[in-house]
Design a protein around this ligand. Structure first.
Ligand code: GLU
Length: 476
């Protein structure tokens, strides 16, 4: 692959396919994409799969699928780092030719032992630097780091970051098996791909001076702009971790977070629009986004706030879109395991959908709003105790009145049902809220839920009266 000329902004997302898509990776992908799209530039996708043991092909599919779900697209073909070994090898050869690399025969144990003996800074001590060793089967290649001066990084978020070269050990650039080290492949690929802006997590900052040194030694003409994105932390201000926190993006998708809400929320992790309006479509965020206004301080991942964004985006869907996106959640929750999805009749859900859309923060909450339309209510014991036992007199009165009045209604629709029940409550000085309680529990099995009269209208007269009768008999 020959080096390509760069547009003004060319970024890349460079995941290592070693696990699911982490929230932090998704935010990195998004900020790369926003920076490119804002500037009318390009974002490339490079899969850093040189670590063959840890790279799993099915994970690559998952990464691509998650990016597509989020609406993050990339320019050109996906670049697979593992297929670029020839360029990585040529780069190591050219470093040799320029006296910037040397063979090293030290094992890890040798390096550690010498450190133990001498004390001070850990790491490689330059033992083989001037030994003039030849190539050998168990030898690695190291980069000859400059002994003096500083390596300076232009970081659009952090400003100028300086590293003393004396602190940068002669790092390995080629393994003893002949393959390039990750850092070599990473630096070489960015040069070849003409990347102008290297946007990645702050955790990678310590490795950046090595990348800058490699670039300079490989005579890369352009200096890229770096942007090291702030850490994402949990409510205890700890770095989000796989073990502790729910960080797999797929799990948010599976719980009914909309991709619109997810990208919108991820965009606020370290960045905010100048007008302070956080919930908005991604097209507007592209217009407003600036890498230079990303903050240095850690970003708090607040799932409550994400849910609130999600609720807002749910409210913005058209009614038909809400139904089609929510239906899979409702179907899976309400059909028996193994049942044919086509056997699910969506009519009752569709009838209630606009009321559900106003109330949920996640699509997976929808089944609880409509399950009583599909089967007998699963009685919540607390709700039963509170409405049917604590004030059994009121429960009896309201259930009797409802059975009586609703059985006689000329039309079965929400206003008529409401007028009958509420009319009775008002006439008997029973609070409207209390009057509804026993009826709601009888119909839905729960103390809270969707608007009751609408629910009963969808359920139908016969089933509604059956349930009221059954509850009345149980109250005794
Ligand atoms: N492949 C690295 C990772 O997934 C990212 C390296 C980079 O962005 O430069 O952590």
């Amino acid at each position: 692959m020959p080096p390509v000329p760069s547009p003004t902004v060319r970024t890349r997302f460079a995941p290592s396919p070693t696990g699911f898509m982490h929230l932090g990776s998704a935010r990195t992908a998004l900020f790369n994409w926003l920076a490119a799209r804002h500037a009318g530039g390009e974002m490339l996708l490079r899969i850093e799969d040189t670590d063959a043991e840890r790279s799993q092909p099915e994970v690559i599919d998952m990464i691509l699928g998650t990016l597509e779900w989020l609406g993050i697209d990339w320019d050109g073909e996906v670049v697979y780092q593992s297929q670029r070994a020839a360029d990585h090898g040529a780069a190591v050869d050219s470093l040799f030719a320029d006296g910037k690399a040397y063979w090293c025969a030290c094992s890890r144990d040798d390096v550690d032992l010498r450190h133990k003996e001498r004390g001070g800074k850990p790491g490689y001590d330059g033992f083989c630097r001037d030994r003039g060793l030849a190539a050998g089967a168990d030898r690695v290649v190291r980069f000859r780091s400059p002994a003096d001066g500083d390596t300076v990084i232009d970081d659009v978020i952090r400003g100028e970051v300086r590293f003393a070269n004396a602190d940068i050990e002669d790092f390995v650039i080629r393994r003893s098996n002949g393959s390039a080290m990750f850092i070599t492949a990473n630096a070489v690929d960015d040069i070849f791909m003409g990347i102008t802006h290297i946007v990645r997590g702050e955790d990678l900052l310590p490795a950046t001076p090595k990348i800058v040194l490699l670039r300079e030694s490989l005579h890369a003409v352009d200096r890229p702009t770096f942007a090291h994105l702030p850490l994402i932390v949990n409510e205890k201000r700890q770095k989000l971790s796989k073990r502790r926190d729910d960080v797999a993006l797929e799990s948010y998708r599976d719980r009914g977070f909309l991709p619109e809400a997810m990208v919108n929320y991820l965009a606020t992790l370290g960045w905010g629009p100048p007008d302070g309006v956080e919930v908005r479509p991604i097209a507007e965020i592209i217009g407003l986004f600036e890498l230079s206004s990303v903050t240095k301080s850690s970003a708090f991942f607040d799932v409550k706030k994400l849910e609130s964004f999600n609720g807002d985006h749910i409210r913005n869907l058209s009614a038909a879109d809400f139904v089609s996106r929510t239906l899979p959640f409702v179907r899976t929750a309400l059909l028996p395991v193994g049942a044919d999805p086509a056997s699910f009749d969506p009519a009752a859900f569709e009838a209630m959908a606009p009321l559900v859309q106003e109330r949920v923060k996640r699509l997976d909450e929808a089944p609880d709003f409509v399950d009583f339309l599909y089967h007998d209510p699963a009685m919540d014991p607390d709700a039963w105790a509170k409405t049917m036992e604590k004030d059994a007199d009121l429960a009896r009165r309201m259930l009797d009145a409802a059975i009586d009045l609703l059985g006689a209604l000329a039309v079965w629709e929400p206003v008529a049902i409401n007028d009958a029940v509420i009319g009775f409550a008002d006439a008997n000085e029973i609070s409207r809220k209390k009057a509804q309680g026993p009826i709601r529990v009888a119909i839905t099995g729960r103390a809270v839920g969707p608007p009751l009269w609408e629910a009963m209208a969808v359920l139908g007269r016969e089933v509604s009266l059956d349930r009221l009768g059954l509850a009345r008999a149980s109250v005794g």
